[in-house]
Design a protein around this ligand. Structure first.
Ligand SMILES: CC(=O)N[C@H]1[C@@H](OP(=O)(O)OP(=O)(O)OC[C@H]2O[C@@H](n3ccc(=O)[nH]c3=O)[C@H](O)[C@@H]2O)O[C@H](CO)[C@@H](O)[C@@H]1O
Length: 365
């Protein structure tokens, strides 16, 4: 009798893995849902960023084995992919049957395909979220099975709801550019970000830019774990002891954004959304190996607005970027920062979480 009266806490399964661009927005939504009395569980993969980050937020995470399939031999690739696909769907099915979630939100990454198919096979409603300005292959197929489709930017998927990309609450509380810039003097502060794992091109070229402009710049360079020592050596070789800081991964990215005058960055969907929200001028170098050029499309509206420039990777040389940086001062940068903020959208974390909550209420799951 007592049990029958007890209200069951609804469980939301989040599927996201591989890189920050999928995991951080998932964590933002998870935090909101947990603060509103919902239980969140997570499916990811063991080798990636989510295995460390998610448990730190008090969320139960389980893993499936799924990898990317780059390689030259097409048959080998296909057989490996099929084998991995079946294995990971089987693993996901077992986990889902154990957790019995009421709904699943797939934020993408390698784990998204098999885990979301397992969700559909278990007849659990699936919501997918596309962060980029072009739809990825996995989401293209999953969209046929999804109960709802959310998108970060408008006009990407015909029947999707545009809710924006969920950002971390620490980023949402950064003051506006005009207030950040108010008492700022001294060299221009350049934040270098290569997506979740650092970018080799920045690691190779930016120390040379620093060598050319060291009296005019302070650099905070996110190198990725793999290249950290090499990048540190490259800066030390410049014989300058001050005005640079190298970090493999910046945990408190809000602090870095608040500090920066300008960002040199890849244009992953989340970084672009964060730069818009915070209001920061940028030099974007899109990841050049995506067939759909998603990072170029992510950055394009900012270039059109005049708050950023897009530099293709082969044109990212120390001479060219030094010239660009020298042509900017704090006054020009503030104008650019304000332009970026004109693309700001409402709080996507709240919108995504509230739409899920509403769906659960309407369907009485
Ligand atoms: C190479 C590749 O396939 N990249 C894709 C990947 O990007 P990836 O995850 O690398 O990049 P995103 O820009 O989307 O997200 C990076 C996230 O990590 C955070 N961060 C980064 C560095 C750091 O030191 N600290 C930190 O917190 C950023 O603030 C951001 O929240 O997923 C994105 C979202 O689908 C896509 O748009 C990208 O094209």
């Amino acid at each position: 009798m007592i049990n029958a009266c007890k209200k069951k806490i609804k469980t939301i399964l989040i599927i996201a893995g591989g890189s920050g661009g999928h995991v951080f927005p998932g964590l933002s939504v998870a935090r909101y849902l947990m603060n509103h009395g919902y239980k969140v569980v997570w499916l990811g993969s063991k080798e990636n960023i989510e295995s460390q980050l998610v448990p730190r937020h008090g969320i139960d995470i389980k893993f499936i084995y799924m990898k990317g399939w780059r390689g030259k031999n097409i048959y080998k690739k296909l057989v490996t992919l099929l084998f991995l696909m079946f294995l990971s769907i089987y693993q996901a099915l077992k986990i889902i049957k154990y957790w019995k979630p009421d709904i699943a939100l797939s934020m993408g990454g390698y784990v998204a395909g098999p885990s979301s198919l397992a969700v559909v096979l278990c007849r659990i409603p699936l919501i997918i979220h596309e962060q980029n300005r072009v739809i990825g292959l996995t989401n293209r197929y999953l969209s046929f099975f999804a109960a709802k489709i959310f998108q970060g930017f408008p006009d990407v998927i015909a029947n999707a709801i545009t809710l924006g990309n969920p950002l971390r609450h620490t980023i949402l509380s950064i003051p506006k550019p005009i207030n950040r810039w108010k008492y700022r003097t001294g060299p221009i502060r350049v934040l270098v970000m290569g997506g979740s794992n650092g970018a080799y091109i920045f690691n190779k070229v930016v120390p040379k830019i620093f060598e050319q402009l060291f009296s005019k710049l302070i650099i905070w360079h996110q190198s990725g774990e793999k290249d950290f020592e090499r990048v540190l050596k490259a800066y030390r070789k410049t014989k300058q002891k001050i005005n640079y800081k190298i970090t493999p991964f910046i945990d408190d990215i809000a602090q870095a954004y608040s500090w920066a005058d300008v960002v040199i960055s890849r244009s992953g969907a989340l970084t672009v959304s964060e730069i818009i929200y915070v209001g920061l001028p940028a030099i974007f170098v899109p990841f050049p190996y995506h067939k759909d050029k998603q990072q170029y499309w992510n950055a394009l509206p900012l270039m059109k607005l005049g708050s950023a420039i897009i530099v293709e990777q082969e044109k990212f040389t120390s001479d060219y970027i030094s010239r660009v940086l020298e042509s900017w001062n704090r006054k020009t940068l503030l104008v650019m920062a304000k332009r970026a903020r004109s693309l700001i959208t409402p709080n996507a974390t709240k919108l995504v979480a509230q739409t899920i909550i509403q769906y659960l209420k309407e369907k009485k799951y």
